[in-house]
Design a protein around this ligand. Sequence first.
Ligand SMILES: NC(=O)c1ccc[n+]([C@@H]2O[C@H](COP(=O)([O-])OP(=O)(O)OC[C@H]3O[C@@H](n4cnc5c(N)ncnc54)[C@H](OP(=O)(O)O)[C@@H]3O)[C@@H](O)[C@H]2O)c1
Length: 342
Amino acid sequence: MGESYVDMILWLCKLGEASLRVNPTINIQIPVTVLIPQINYPSGPIQLKMPPNIIRLMPPLGVGTFRLKDEAVQQALKNALDIGYRHIDAAAIYHNEKEIGDVLQKIHASPSQTITRSDIWITSKLSPYDMKTPRTSLLKTLASLQTEYLDLYLIHWPGMARKSSSSPENKKLRIQAWNILNEAKKEGLVRHIGVSNFTSQHIQELEDETEYGIQGLFVQMEIHPWYWRDAEEIQKRFEPKGASVVGYALLAEGKLLGEHMRDVLDEIAERLESTRVQVVMSWALKKGFGVLVRSTSMSHLRQNLDAASLVALLTAEDCAAIDNMSSPDGEEKRCWDPRLVK
Ligand SMILES: NC(=O)c1ccc[n+]([C@@H]2O[C@H](COP(=O)([O-])OP(=O)(O)OC[C@H]3O[C@@H](n4cnc5c(N)ncnc54)[C@H](OP(=O)(O)O)[C@@H]3O)[C@@H](O)[C@H]2O)c1
């Protein structure tokens, strides 16, 4: 399954390809305007219903770099790129952009490697500590990552670090930052821009109160079976503006992996001969979200990449059962909560 998905990722990286035969067993026929591609694996077709920017531009499955330092981040990225990941999620606040830049340089320079900068999607984020200096911070990130452009630059958080979440200055700063990110995009320093951990309300303000609006916006946010309705609401509400949603903390900060009673995830995983993590990842992909997972383990990286092959096998009943692991009034957010930021 792994190799098949590597092929699919390679396809997803190719902009505007109308039809591509990647190996004798996989025939991909996709008119550029169709948003629901059909990928014919020997085992049957895979349907990925995703927003246009994810399908056309961004490999939907990315590798995270949070909490990975020094050699650990470099090894994790080498492993990930070796087996076919082409989407790296970074952030200034993770304090490892220099290490990431170094390893990418080494990979590009290696005579045995064929991966060039343009093969890889790199996301980074404006630190909440740098809300007053977005351009300087972006230039620092570009220098650390040793690249001339980012594929995606996000405002990491709707507020300023060390400022009260109720301060009206938060709104002023994020609107100002959004304008500066738009200017950086015009300049070619970043190809796409977006926000992370913004609520619907925060996003609506960018639409209503900036001259640039939010066309083509990317939104990165927490998504897992115990907290997914806000992401779905943002996806539906801003889809007409070309918005794409990418999920993090798919494993709910470990809750998904902890000691549990046997539950719906195990039942589905057993039937599909897969794992709980793969089931959750394919559930998120099937909802049209991009997904980010971090791993230092080669076998987990492989397993996570294979999750896309399950999308076609997950039934509507499976998805409803996973949806119902939380109720609309009982959702459990695990990470930081932007709903508190004014
Ligand atoms: N925008 C934001 O505010 C924000 C917030 C959080 C995260 N993110 C991004 O999203 C990425 C992912 O989130 P995260 O790093 O917090 O955590 P995560 O990916 O949800 O979880 C990582 C943990 O899951 C384990 N794991 C991964 N795959 C597994 C598998 N198949 N089976 C069992 N365990 C598995 C990893 O252990 P092993 O190393 O042993 O595999 C690691 O301990 C981050 O790295 C970051 O890039 C963004």
